[in-house]
Design a protein around this ligand. Structure first.
Ligand code: ADE
Ligand code: ZN
Length: 340
């Protein structure tokens, strides 16, 4: 059986995708026109030409500038619904997407506008596409802990629409412990906890240990550098903590899809998963990430199945739903693609 066919058709889960990172150049243009915003580019093609990412800050500068086109509830609805449609084409059946409220409230967009638009898209994606989703609110780690706490409070009326909180943006000099009180409070509210430990960041092994010992996260976003510390690997495996690895995103920083590292994580019993991160910018959705991996290195069918079922296992679904999804993914048999 052809591994590519299997990957394309297998029912998938995605646990690390920034909704604002799914903005496609054409959509940036359409929203800018609708909201009377002037862009420094003449065509969507020119936008892609400007995507010269080589590290986290060079990506974030463009990412925050472009999200300025998102202004109304309908804009947020369309952003999320477009992603769900694209996810459906990849046979994604479950997703826990991130959103960055501070990237919008800082521009005067009310929290309620952002979350209501996204939530409406989630309801429609369930009804029309059969995609189930649970939303994760991320705090921007280069802003203050006070700002994060304010947004935690803003989220309270929408508690039932949010499953957990995360931490993203520029990691340099912004360690997990800076947000220890915020995450402690989030836990009390009942939110699940995750944090970015981005690839090759300064003090990254310290950040990973802080996630485990100080914050007591339920999951880790990226986490590739845990392989530098054997004890850290053992502890991550012992706790069954999921790692949401993003191969194409990593390639912009380390010039590799980290396929060797992913295989090593699996061999050590660590629950690695495959994700797209910011697919509108990195030009690769979830299936593309899997296909790029098998192009770079030899992966067995069993390894692909493990990466895929790990995502359901370390998701924040209830146990009954997890079991049903894992059984469905394990029992899945691809059909032969039609000849053209
Ligand atoms: N925000 C959006 N994408 C991000 C990434 N890849 N790393 C950190 N923060 C982000
Ligand atoms: Zn990310």
């Amino acid at each position: 059986m052809n591994l590519e066919t299997y990957i394309r058709q297998m029912p998938k889960a995605e646990l690390h995708v920034h909704l604002e990172g799914t903005l496609e150049p054409e959509h940036i243009f359409a929203l800018a026109a609708r909201n009377n915003i002037e862009l420094p580019y003449k065509t969507p093609g020119e936008v892609v030409q400007a995507y010269d990412f080589h590290d986290l800050p060079s990506f974030l500068t463009i990412y925050y500038a472009a999200m300025g086109v998102l202004q109304t509830e309908q804009d947020f609805y369309e952003l999320a619904y477009h992603y769900f449609q694209r996810a459906h084409a990849d046979n994604i059946v479950y997703v826990e997407p991130f959103f960055d409220p501070q990237g919008h409230t800082s521009r005067g967009v009310p929290f309620k506008v952002i979350i209501t638009g996204i939530h409406r898209a989630q309801v429609d994606a369930k009804a029309n596409l059969g995609i189930e989703s649970n939303l994760i609110m991320c705090f921007l780690r280069d802003l203050s802990a006070e700002s994060a706490m304010e947004h935690l409070e803003l989220s309270r009326p929408f508690r039932d629409w949010i499953i957990g909180v995360g931490l993203d943006s520029d990691e340099k000099d912004n360690p997990p412990v800076k947000f220890a009180r915020v995450f402690e409070q989030a836990r009390k509210i009942g939110y699940k906890l995750t944090m970015h430990c981005d690839v090759n960041q300064l003090d990254i092994v310290d950040h990973l240990w802080q996630c485990l010992n100080e914050i007591k996260v339920d999951r880790i976003d990226h986490g590739i550098n845990s392989l530098e510390d054997e004890r850290l690997c053992e502890e991550i495996a012992r706790r069954g903590l999921g790692l949401t690895v993003c191969p194409v995103s990593n390639r912009f920083v380390v010039q590799s899809l980290t396929s060797a590292e992913i295989k090593l994580m699996l061999a050590k019993g660590m629950k690695a998963t495959i994700n797209s991160d910011d697919p509108g910018y990195f030009r690769a959705y979830l299936t593309d990430n899997f296909l790029a991996l098998i192009d770079e290195a030899e992966f067995t069918l069993e390894e692909i199945i493990t990466l895929n079922t790990n995502a359901f296992e370390v998701s924040w679904l209830d146990d009954k739903s997890k079991t049903a999804h894992i059984e469905r993914a394990r029992d899945f048999k691809p059909v032969a693609p039609r000849a053209v």
